[in-house]
Design a protein around this ligand. Structure first.
Ligand code: PMP
Ligand code: GLN
Length: 385
């Protein structure tokens, strides 16, 4: 069977297994409380599960249309009209995807070609850079400013040139929990005025925003919206990360290009789940209170750490909390995370892997999308360190 196929030239040198998979595996091996990979440990709504079952029994088990089932596209259009007062055409401007990851990969493939530059902000969610590289693009990194992780606008201005094809923004931001304000969005709108730059706006945590802040979706800024693909994820929104169902909103011209690629990447995604979510988001009550729901969890987690030696960095959205451990140890983030999971049976995510040069700020990311019982267990362990 052993037969040489010659040299394999990797298209992604230096890329290993994702830090999420690595830490979740370490958590399992060490029987640790897992606050590493971002997924809830509480159940999905019974009503939503019943709707999926209903549509499976009703025979909705074959391919959905390439752009996604019509009822879901219409329900998303209505959700955006209600929430943001902006209308996307369900036929020509909305597409359902197999999660946000596929939406991002497809959008990047659709618009990036050899020699193009794409700007991302680091620490950056892990799937952006590889997708840009695979399309022959060059990734340009703009560092968010520690410790509030705000955009360095002067630097961004200097980075933009005639090769800049794409800027990827993410608010609320993973892994930092920072959010972009109205002025940020207006600056971006101004900065990209009269350019060919496309914006990919990763808004998977759009509902998970705290302290009365308002999510500044790119769709709210008319000129910006004309050059933007907004990406969402029902996995994040409805505590069902394993369902891998997301969506893209974009003006018709951009959507036409997105669909050219989408049809060959995945063609379409899970049919009964799409029908079920369409029914579920028909009731606003199912998404309007998610911010408050997660804020309670954030507050429980941070209150439980009041007397610990960790320093709590502010988080305004997502379901992640950064903790500064510089008062406890000089270890690198990876070594400290390994020590926590092996010695104290609690798993978190080092933030260094979200930087191209593995910058060390001595912070770890903890996921608080967990049952109260899990959060109490976690804060007890962390407070005893
Ligand atoms: N973008 C960000 C910022 C994320 O945190 C995630 C997943 N947590 C995704 C995209 C991918 O979402 P999905 O699971 O729907 O592919
Ligand atoms: N988005 C999730 C997180 O940030 C993980 C997704 C994944 O494992 N790729 O933890």
């Amino acid at each position: 069977m052993e037969k040489s196929i010659g040299t394999i030239q990797t298209k992604l040198p230096g890329t290993g297994t994702s830090i999420f998979a690595t830490m979740s595996q370490m958590a399992a091996e060490n029987h640790a409380v897992n606050l590493s990979q971002g997924f809830p440990d509480f159940p999905v709504s019974e009503e939503l599960i019943d709707r999926v079952y209903h549509y499976m029994k009703a025979g909705m088990n074959q391919y959905a249309p390439m752009q996604g089932v019509e009822t879901l596209r219409q329900a998303i259009s209505k959700m955006f009209a209600d929430k943001y007062g902006v209308t996307y055409n369900a036929d020509t401007e909305i597409n359902i995807t197999a999660g946000a990851t596929q939406a991002l990969f497809t959008a990047i493939s659709a618009f990036i070609k050899e020699g193009d530059e794409a700007i991302i902000f680091e620490p950056a969610y892990d799937c952006y850079a590889p997708a840009i590289t695979l399309s022959g693009g060059q990734v340009k990194y703009s560092k968010l400013q520690f410790p509030d992780f705000s955009i360095n606008w002067d630097e961004l201005l200097r980075m933009i040139n005639h090769r800049t094809r794409l800027i990827i923004i993410n608010s609320p931001q993973n892994p930092t929990g920072s959010v972009l304000g109205r002025e940020d969005m207006e600056r971006l709108e101004k900065l990209t005025h009269n350019t060919d730059i496309i914006i990919l706006s990763d808004e998977v945590y759009e509902h998970l925003i705290f302290d009365g802040m308002k999510h500044q979706s790119s769709c709210l800024f008319p000129e910006l919206a004309q050059r933007t693909l907004v990406i969402g994820s029902f996995g994040k929104t409805f505590h069902a990360t394993g369902w891998k169902t997301g969506f893209v909103l974009a003006p018709e011209k951009l959507m036409a290009e997105f669909r050219k690629v989408h049809q060959f990447v995945v063609f379409t995604s899970n049919t009964p789940v799409q029908y079920a979510i369409a029914d579920f988001i028909g009731n606003k009550e199912n998404y309007l209170h998610l911010g408050a729901f997660y804020q309670k969890k954030r507050d429980l987690f941070s209150k439980g750490l009041e007397n610990s030696r960790f320093k709590i960095l502010p988080t305004h959205g997502t379901y992640f909390q950064l903790l500064d451990y510089s008062g406890i140890s000089d270890k690198s983030e990876m070594d400290f995370a390994r020590w926590l999971v092996e010695e104290h049976k609690i798993a978190a995510i080092p933030v260094a892997p979200f930087y191209q040069n593995h910058d060390e700020n001595k912070v770890l990311r903890f996921c608080f999308a967990k049952k109260e019982e899990t959060l109490r267990k976690a804060t007890k362990i962390l407070s005893d360190i």
